[in-house]
Write a protein that binds this ligand. Structure first.
Ligand SMILES: C[S@@+](CC[C@H](N)C(=O)[O-])C[C@H]1O[C@@H](n2cnc3c(N)ncnc32)[C@H](O)[C@@H]1O
Length: 220
């Protein structure tokens, strides 16, 4: 049988992340440095290849309205907002105002402030309180894992036909394979992977990039 995937090495990974547009974008580099300086918590930030991946998806589907659930220091939000149409809007849901203060500096520096609407507080409530008729072309789910399924069920009716939902950390560092040996979030994400791959309302794929990324297209 032929090899269907190539195990990645650190050297190959470093090579890959250098070979992308915006690899040396000074603003993103500065934001990544400031995020890294936060210490261990900086692990929450999306990796560079995912940042590019989000931008390309958003632009390719010509998105005008987007939502990010879990913004942290703003790397994903910048990747999404810069790829939205000029008149586009990104709703950023974040529970911690400290992260929004940091992200806001960079939104301003990137000239993206006008595209971003911040909602500070628990994302479940934020989504429940959104205008009834608001529809999204793109959603990035990247906050507390225990609520991923709730975010999905609340957002799916708010997505346009063919709108894309992207779920981060769907490998949960590999723990989704044997969730019974691990923490509660592993079980939650493992069950969600099962549900998404069998859900007839969407077409989905779990991609082995970053910490496992699911893309789901709303069918109708
Ligand atoms: C993995 S980080 C997000 C990373 C970010 N998307 C990026 O591009 O780097 C998760 C974020 O979700 C936030 N969060 C956790 N629980 C939340 C909740 N219930 N509502 C809103 N935000 C939440 C955390 O404060 C944290 O900033």
């Amino acid at each position: 049988m032929s090899l269907t995937f190539y195990p990645i090495t650190k050297e190959l990974y470093d090579y890959a992340i250098c070979h992308r547009t915006y690899a040396s974008d000074p603003l993103m580099q500065k934001l990544r440095r400031e995020t890294l300086a936060l210490g261990e918590i900086s692990e929450m930030a999306i990796p560079p290849e995912e940042e590019s991946f989000l931008s390309i998806l958003v632009a390719a589907c010509n998105a005008k309205t987007a939502i990010e659930v879990g913004t942290f220091t703003g790397i994903g939000s910048i990747a999404i907002a810069r790829a939205l149409a000029q008149s586009g809007k990104l709703v950023c849901c974040e529970i911690n105002p400290q992260w929004i203060a940091l992200a806001s500096k960079y939104w301003k520096e990137a000239g993206l402030e006008h595209k971003i609407e911040v909602k500070i507080g628990p994302a479940l409530k934020t989504i429940q309180d959104l205008e009834e008729d608001l529809r999204f072309d793109f959603a990035f789910i990247d906050a507390d894992k225990e609520n991923y399924e709730n975010y999905y069920e609340l957002l799916l009716p708010k997505m346009r036909q063919n709108g894309l939902l992207v779920f981060d950390n769907m490998f949960w560092k590999g723990r989704v394979i044997r969730p019974e040996d691990s923490d509660k979030d592993s079980l939650v994400l493992s069950r969600l992977n099962d549900k998404l791959s069998n859900d007839t309302r969407i077409e989905s794929v779990l991609l082995p990039i970053a910490d496992g990324v699911v893309i789901a297209r709303k069918k109708n």
